[in-house]
Design a binder for this molecule. Structure first.
Ligand code: IMP
Ligand code: MG
Length: 429
């Protein structure tokens, strides 16, 4: 059995795309198991024969697509926006990447429709904003769990599709007009547009759970690619400021239809500091010059929405929680180079709530809003690390910082990333 799961250990944007791209060399299949086009996975591909490097931002297609031998799966746990998918396919094809015969989409994945995006945006006009990406994720999962969702397989049956679409658009329009007093979706236009997807999407549709289990029998290696991060998990994240799926490792089994017994290892990706996009508690946030510096040095702007990311110190207390919830054994620590110029680096090692020191990470927003981080300070290394290629060549202070992260969380340091390029990757034996 050979499934590795890659999870984001913070609030997303840890650099999973790069790590998945790296690991793709050694696997046969890369599979996305949850979320949708809210994700933005950045992969930098080295330019051939002196040409400049090329940066790709993937929202739906797994980051393994850049390796010819890899097959990619969009699992049943994903909510799929056919418009976003087609534009991503076109963009990749233009760059000479072969998609047909390499990308398989679960017939059971739910579809994101234009009215989901309208509902997402309308809800965000109220006072209790989550700060969503506006991609219709929450409303699509609502339909799934309401048992009224439209799935990929429905695209292939025009009659069924029209019936379900009509019912759902009418229901959404009721909400949009009566509750949110906003624009409504055009029934005929949507029916017309989405009927056209049958032929376009047909070559990619598969019973991906059967495909993955067959592959396991044939001893193929599978990489399950999580989107977002553990602290955005609908069950384990900082609810209600979360996404509507399970980015944590358990989600890989339900989102792909593979048994837990097939999973060999879980790799957590964590940034050397913290960021968060959207609203919700962020105890180590630095709304000051330091936060601005991290944002500028780290290029911390949303890959999907372009929003500036909130930045702060690394929070080991929440990371330890994330390690437990996911069962993370190995850590990939990214963007170490962003800290290169700092004299001192703080990490949060616990929370105080009034006079009390907390023993567990609280996930309710009310408590998290009130906690005060307890910091430990590390000496900065003040040396450029982006050209370092071997772990042992990193400055001693940097190694001390990295090793402290692993020792606190009870994990093994497996990889360090010092830049976006493929060669800026240090494997720690
Ligand atoms: P939604 O997933 O669009 O519903 O957004 C819910 C919350 O998750 C918001 O705070 C978003 O900013 C955040 N979020 C969703 N996807 C990502 C991601 O890929 N990276 C970082 N934050 C995300
Ligand atoms: Mg991202």
């Amino acid at each position: 059995m050979s499934v590795q799961i890659i999870v984001g250990a913070q609030w997303g944007d840890e650099g999973k795309g790069k790590i998945v791209d790296h690991l793709s060399e050694q696997v046969d299949i890369v599979a996305r198991y949850q979320g949708g086009a809210n994700a933005g996975h950045t992969v930098v591909i080295p330019g051939k024969k002196g040409k400049p490097d090329q940066e790709y931002i993937l929202h739906l297609i797994p980051s393994g697509i850049f390796h010819k031998h890899v097959k990619c799966v969009i699992g049943n746990g994903v909510v799929l926006d056919p418009v976003a998918l087609m534009s991503e396919i076109e963009q990749l094809k233009k760059s000479g990447i072969k998609i047909e015969g390499r990308l398989f989409i679960s017939h059971n994945a739910h579809l994101i429709m234009p009215y989901h995006k309208l509902l997402d945006t309308a809800r965000e006009q109220g006072i209790d904003k989550i700060g969503t990406t506006g991609r219709g994720i929450g409303p699509a999962y609502i339909d799934k769990y309401m048992r009224t969702g439209i799935r990929v397989v429905d695209l292939l049956d025009r009659e069924v599709l029209c019936k379900k679409l009509k019912r759902n658009i009418e229901a959404s329009n009721e909400l949009l007009t009566k509750v949110y007093h906003t624009d409504i979706a055009d029934v005929d236009k949507i029916i017309q547009e989405y009927q056209e997807f049958d032929k376009k999407i047909d070559p990619y549709i598969k019973d991906t759970a059967a495909f993955l289990n067959d592959a396991l029998k044939k001893k193929k290696r599978i990489l399950a690619e999580g989107a977002q991060g553990a602290l955005l998990d609908i069950d384990f994240g900082t609810y209600p400021y979360v996404t509507s799926s399970n980015p944590t490792s358990g989600g890989a089994c339900t989102g792909l239809g593979i048994p837990p017994t097939a999973v060999d290892s879980i790799i957590g990706v964590v940034k050397a500091y913290s960021t968060r996009v959207g609203n919700g508690p962020f105890p180590t946030e630095q709304e000051n010059e330091l936060g601005a510096l991290l944002r500028q040095q780290g290029g911390e702007y949303g890959a999907t929405t372009g929003r500036p990311r909130r930045c702060g110190w690394l929070d080991l207390f929440s990371l330890k929680y994330s390690v437990r919830v996911n069962g993370i054994e190995k850590l990939a620590i990214t963007k170490l180079d962003v800290l290169d110029n700092l004299d001192a680096i703080k990490v949060c090692v616990g929370y105080k709530l009034g006079k009390k020191t907390l023993t567990h990470f609280p996930t309710d927003a009310q408590t998290l809003d009130k906690v005060k981080p307890i910091y430990e300070t590390f000496k900065g290394w003040k040396t450029q690390t982006s050209d370092v290629r071997k772990y042992q060549q990193l400055p001693r202070e940097a190694r001390r910082y990295l090793e402290a992260i692993c020792s606190y969380t009870g994990t093994r340091l497996w990889m360090v990333s010092v830049g976006a390029r493929r060669d800026q990757t240090l494997i720690v034996k």
